[in-house]
Ligand binder design. Structure first.
Ligand code: GLA
Length: 728
């Protein structure tokens, strides 16, 4: 009976998904957005306010929803506005929570109350226009539904249709509301350079928690992602509301619990040092803020976001291409790049099975250390006496693509570019120009600087057979002055910088469709869904120490998919002075887009043999890792053993990675129960190095799911991978 009901429900939802994801009841003035995974609803109250009504598991009946209503004041200290969940509140009237939009008119009047005007549904998109109750200041709320992932992308366009200029003092993408109640927890990613994406989970209480960047770029310290759960969710169970903001500059997500048991999340452009002038007729579009819901825990929340990234955010036709195995010479040579040295490394890398050879920092200008040369993007003739083409041809003949490191937004004061254009860096005249890593930030908000950078990269990509740029950005902003524009426009630098960065990337991709780009910012300083529209992968962290990486990668995977997670095998001892075996390092890195960053000149024959085998193995499992579903089975935060499983979409292949930190008292690691396999099918399981305990090599999906596997992982930093193939 239950089974039939379930089937019916699924049928109704798939029917609805294929028919209509957005419905409107003109009688009640209610919109219902529904996918297989979740529903979202809002409505217009009799006085014209757009109110949030519902976000949670899928609904199929719009008539179930109440119409939006005006509440009553509880007291003169608790106005009704504070009890109503306004979908996109302006700052005006008695509203004291975080507003979505705050404006100042030229005459100093700052009151803004937004009411519903009209809406338009186009397939999976909905636009709702709000307008101030007096002035022609409009906010158009955009909703784009991604039914396959049950995710809604929300953003707004703020339009000044008055004849006077206005200044935006806060422009958010969206406000999200949890069902009223308390006991919620928030999960978020924090860190610093070389220790990015550490997962935190903590209770939400009254007051506000702000996740943000004031750094100019996305930042290592906090990542624009959140998950809120009902207080009892786990990896594979429980209600989780989650979101990710697509912006690579100063961003802000506030998580707030009002005195009325209402948790609300507001996110968009950071209000810190923010002002954006809109002349008559001008508009500003805010970043996209994606949100989703699942009742199947944090693991499913991640998988839905990962699906969205793979299917709808990553750019271009090449998104279907698996990430190649890469070699990067940075940790081997640092700035000591030479044609002969690179050729020697390329020869060794090719024998290992590497597919993309990347020359990192040090190939250009007078770049012999980090004191000079940034900005001078000409090949250094001493290091490359026969030009760069000689190396590129050599690399191509070895069967590998060629990639190049660039850091286009930066300049060293000791460079020809800075000597010619000292005014091109962001600066406050007469104030210090603070250097970090001996470099200054070019003011990309200036269109001449933007065009110059585009030309530099376009020339490199046109002149050489470059398949891939590692686009780096190695410092945060300071003294963000833009003296060339009027004082009331100068704070726009934060936004215009990012828009011009996106513009360069978009133009480059359009002109060079085969070019791939990695977003790097001293490791994972620019990892977000905004830049993902233009890049193919992220440099996860400058910390390549395999044990630290387990936690960095666990955090990364909360919000981002494995294909985007660049992961290198490097030499030991690494950070923390730690030594881990080469196989352990490989298996950690094989959980993402595998790269090798070691000094191959120091490797032994045994290292080469193991590496060749592991790279071969990676190529076998690559599509399962890069395009499959990830199940985080055992977390490095809470267990001596870490286990992650990747399952191909058709459930015919899976791979389990397992790592043991330190065995104590001769204990075995815990049984590892697999998830996501077909219970009725038979699978062959095989540990790559014979670490499976048990007589059989064939099991049913039901046994693997319910009983699990016993591995033999001993001593310190032991590891294995188990390959799972469908037999019948
Ligand atoms: C940054 C990157 C590194 C490397 C260096 C080069 O730190 O994250 O991978 O490219 O710059 O200077």
């Amino acid at each position: 009976m239950r089974r039939v009901a379930l089937c019916l429900t699924t049928a109704v939802f798939s029917l609805m998904a294929s028919a209509q994801t957005i419905t409107y009841s003109s009688e009640k003035k209610v919109w219902l957005i529904t996918s297989e995974y979740s529903s979202y609803a809002m409505g217009v109250s009799p006085d014209g306010q757009l109110q949030h009504l519902y976000w949670g598991g899928p609904l199929w009946r719009i008539d179930d929803l109440p119409a939006a209503a005006q509440r009553r004041d509880i007291s003169s200290f608790d106005p009704h506005q504070m009890l109503e969940n306004e979908e996109y509140p302006g700052w005006g009237g008695p509203r004291y929570y975080e507003p979505a939009l705050k404006v100042a008119r030229a005459d100093g009047n700052r009151d803004l109350v937004l009411h519903y005007v009209s809406h338009q549904i186009r397939g999976n998109e909905l636009d709702i226009t709000l307008k101030d109750i007096r002035d022609d200041i409009e906010a158009i709320l955009h909703y784009r539904v991604y039914p396959d992932a049950g995710i809604i992308g929300r953003w707004s366009t703020v339009r000044n249709r008055t004849s006077q200029k206005i200044t935006l003092e806060g422009a958010q993408s969206a406000t999200w509301y949890m069902p009223r109640g308390d006991g919620y927890r928030v999960s978020y990613l924090s860190g610093r350079w070389a220790a990015e994406t550490q997962l935190n989970r903590e209770p939400i209480h009254e007051g506000m928690k702000v996740l943000e960047s004031r750094l100019g770029h996305t930042g290592h310290n906090l990542n624009p992602w959140f998950a809120i759960d009902s207080g009892d969710a786990g990896e594979e169970h429980g209600r989780v509301w989650f979101g990710a903001l697509a912006w690579s500059g100063n961003w802000r997500i506030s998580v707030e619990q009002t005195p009325y048991q209402q948790v609300r999340v507001t996110g968009g452009l950071n209000t810190f040092d923010f002002a954006y002038l809109l002349g008559a007729g001008e508009e500003l579009e805010t970043p996209h803020f994606y949100g989703g819901f699942t009742n199947q825990g944090f693991g499913e929340a991640s998988r839905l976001l990962q699906k969205l990234e793979l299917e709808s955010i990553e750019p271009g036709e090449i998104k279907a291409r698996a990430r190649p195995v890469l070699y990067n010479s940075w940790e081997a040579t640092e700035f000591n790049v030479t044609e002969d040295g690179q050729k020697a490394l390329a020869g060794k890398a090719a024998k290992l099975g590497v597919e993309l050879f990347v020359v990192d920092d040090g190939w250009f200008g007078k770049r012999n250390n980090d004191h000079a040369g940034l900005g001078d993007w000409v090949v250094n003739p001493q290091k490359f006496p026969h030009g760069l083409n000689s190396l590129i041809e050599y690399v191509n003949k070895l069967g590998m693509d060629f990639g190049l490191w660039v850091e286009p937004e930066m300049v060293n004061p000791d460079s020809d570019l800075y000597r010619a254009h000292p005014d091109w860096v962001m600066n406050f005249p007469g104030r210090p120009r603070s250097e970090l890593r001996n470099q200054l930030v070019l003011n990309l908000a200036r269109d001449d600087v933007r065009d110059y950078i585009f030309d530099v990269l376009d020339k490199l990509a046109s002149q050489y057979n470059i398949r891939y740029f590692k686009w780096d950005m190695n410092r945060t902003f300071a003294e963000p002055g833009w003296p060339e524009v009027s004082p009331d426009e100068q704070k726009e630098i934060w936004v215009k910088y990012v828009l011009n960065l996106y513009d360069i990337l978009a133009r480059l991709r359009a002109k060079h469709p085969n070019l791939e780009i990695e977003s790097c910012s001293g490791g994972g300083g620019r990892v977000d869904l905004g830049i993902l529209r233009y890049v193919d992968e992220f440099w996860t962290s400058d910390n390549t120490e395999a044990f630290d990486r387990l936690r960095i990668q666990e955090g990364f995977s909360q919000a981002y998919t494995a294909k985007l997670m660049s992961a290198w095998v490097t030499d030991v001892p690494n950070m923390n002075g730690r030594n881990t075996p080469l196989q352990y390092r490989f298996l950690v890195a094989m959980q993402g887009a595998l790269g090798i960053g070691a000094n191959l000149n120091k490797w032994t024959d045994a290292d080469f043999a193991l590496a060749t085998r592991m790279i071969g193995l990676y190529k076998q499992i690559r599509s399962t890792v890069q395009f499959g579903k990830l199940y985080r089975l055992l977390s490095p935060r809470t267990n001596d053993t870490t286990a992650n499983e990747y399952v191909a979409a058709n459930k015919a292949e899976a791979v389990l990675f397992a790592f043991r930190h330190s065995q104590e008292y001769s204990t075995l690691p815990p049984m590892i129960r697999l998830i996501g396999l077909d219970e009725r099918s038979i699978y062959r399981v095989e540990s790559i190095d014979g670490k499976l305990i048990g007589g059989s090599t064939e099991y049913s999906g039901a046994y693997l799911n319910n009983n699990g596997l016993q591995l033999m992982l001993k001593g310190d930093f032991d590891s294995t991978a188990v390959l799972v193939h469908l037999v019948r």
